[in-house]
Ligand binder design. Structure first.
Ligand code: CA2
Length: 151
C-alpha cells in the first residue's frame, strides 16, 4: 500500500477558528478526516502533518523524497500556506528530491492580494489546485491516486 503525505504549513492549525469567509468553518482535524476517507477509498495510507516552521517542512519533504525513491509514496499534497509565496528553500527541497507534489490552496489565491499570486512551488509541482475550499484536499488525493499505476 502506498502512502500519501498531506503537509500543512504555517497557521493552518488555526483553520475553523477565524476567517471563515475565506477558509470555511472546518478545522484541521476535519480536514484530516476528509483526507483519511479519500485515502481509504483509494487503498492508500495517510500521513497528515502540520508545522509552523519552514525547516520542519523542508525535513518532511526530504523524508517524503526518500520514501518516493523507495517506491513507498504516491505523492505529497502540500498546502505550504504563506511559505508558498516566500520559500526558495521549499522550492529547492521539492526540486532536489524529485517527489511528486500537488500544490494545494483552500482559497483561490489568484482572486486575492497580488502578493499571493506568485508561488515558488508551482514550477516544481506536478499539479496545482486552489479555490475548492477544504474539499480540494480530497480532490488532490483523487488526482494523485489517478497518477499512481495500480499495484
Ligand atoms: O488558501 C490557502 O490554503 C492558503 O495557502 C492559506 C494561507 C495563505 O497564506 C495562502 O496565501 C493561501 C494562510 C493559512 C492561514 O490559515 C488561517 C486559517 C484560519 C484563520 C487564520 C489563518
Amino acid at each position: 500500500m502506498k502512502t500519501v503525505y498531506v503537509l500543512n504549513g504555517p497557521n493552518l492549525n488555526l483553520l475553523g477558528t477565524r476567517e471563515p469567509a475565506v477558509y470555511g468553518s472546518a478545522t484541521l482535524a476535519d480536514v484530516e478526516r476528509l483526507c483519511s476517507e479519500a485515502c481509504t477509498r483509494h487503498g492508500l495510507a495517510l500521513e497528515f502533518r502540520q508545522s509552523n516552521h519552514e525547516g520542519q517542512l523542508v525535513d518532511w519533504i526530504h523524508e517524503a523524497g526518500r520514501r518516493h525513491a523507495a517506491g513507498e509514496l504516491a505523492g505529497v499534497v502540500f498546502n505550504a500556506g504563506a511559505y508558498t509565496h516566500t520559500s526558495i528553500a521549499l522550492h529547492d527541497a521539492v526540486k532536489g528530491t524529485g517527489v511528486t507534489l500537488i500544490e494545494l490552496h483552500i482559497s483561490n489565491v489568484h482572486a486575492r492580494e497580488a502578493f499571493r499570486h506568485h508561488s515558488y512551488l508551482s514550477p516544481v509541482a506536478r499539479a496545482v489546485l486552489c479555490g475548492f475550499g477544504v474539499a480540494g484536499y480530497a480532490l488532490a488525493i483523487d488526482g494523485l491516486a489517478a497518477m499512481v499505476p495500480p499495484a
